[in-house]
Ligand binder design. Structure first.
Ligand code: PEP
Ligand code: MN
Length: 268
């Protein structure tokens, strides 16, 4: 069901009032984690002011260490809903456990499947049964074929509103957090009708490299990007090193907007 043979025309995913796929370039931005009301609402305001279309923020965090901040859970979802009321932007947030799907679906416009859960097949089956868009990250060690096969689980359940996200894979290279596989965007755009978004933040782990790779994502033909942004990255409880400041986000948006007009020509 995910293949171009099954469906030649691009799928457009509807995230609240926002469309992802079908020729546009959608910017998703927000903090790694929802931390507290001030942090979430302040970051949300900047994201909206500088042109993000969708707001992100994790309430359930897949942390490597059990002693790291694990997210605010339901309270985080409440703050995301508050940020949506404030900005009018739809929200995307991660679900880690099948037992939280109903709760997360009550709040989220789009449900995120994290890189570490992309082959959690029982979770994927359940997400196929609901009628909410799914934002699916590629796993750290997932081939493109396996990634598409994971998406197939959701479509097989009757939910065709799936966005794929390349977020860097693990290689021998240690200079960046992961290695951004931009060629995956070309391959995925050829093989599937589903929208393909790039997350340069988790790919590189360093805010200095986010802007150039955001430009590259637009140039290569991605349907959008997801970037982490924080009103005060130094104080972030998670992924501060890779989070853009509001000023950096603004600069990135200006460059992307300038490139968008050009892109219409070369993608035609
Ligand atoms: C995230 O988006 O904050 C996240 C945890 O991403 P990933 O699953 O790609 O590591
Ligand atoms: Mn993060």
């Amino acid at each position: 069901l995910v293949s171009r043979e099954a469906k030649p025309q691009d799928t457009v995913v509807h995230a609240g009032p926002v469309s992802v796929g079908g020729g546009g370039f959608t910017v998703i931005a927000g903090p790694c984690s929802v931390e507290n009301p001030e942090q979430m609402l302040c970051t949300a305001r900047w994201a909206q002011r500088y042109g993000a279309a969708i707001l992100r923020g994790g309430a359930y965090k897949p942390r490597t260490s059990p002693y790291s901040f694990q997210g605010l859970g339901r309270e985080g979802l409440e703050l995301l809903a508050q940020a949506r009321r404030l900005t009018g932007l739809p929200i995307v947030t991660e679900v880690m456990d099948s037992s939280d799907i109903d709760l997360v679906a009550e709040y989220a416009d789009v449900i995120q499947v994290g890189a570490r859960n992309v082959q959690n097949f029982s979770l994927l089956r359940k997400l196929g049964e609901i009628r909410k868009p799914i934002f699916m990250k590629r796993g750290l060690m997932t081939t493109i074929k396996e990634f598409l096969s994971a998406a197939e689980y959701i479509l097989a359940g009757g939910n065709d509103q799936v966005i794929l996200c390349e977020r860097g894979i693990r290689t021998f290279e240690t200079a960046t957090r992961n290695t951004l596989d931009l060629s995956a965007v070309c391959v995925l755009k050829e093989k599937t009708h589903l929208p393909v978004v790039v997350d340069p933040s988790h790919a590189v782990g360093n805010r200095r490299y986010v802007k150039p790779l955001a430009r590259a994502s637009l140039a290569v033909g991605a349907d959008g990007i997801m970037v982490e942004m924080h009103c005060d990255p130094e104080k972030a409880l998670c992924d501060g090193d890779q989070s853009l400041t509001p000023a950096e986000f603004k600069a990135m948006m200006e460059e992307l907007n300038a490139m968008t007009a050009l892109r219409r020509g070369w993608l035609a």
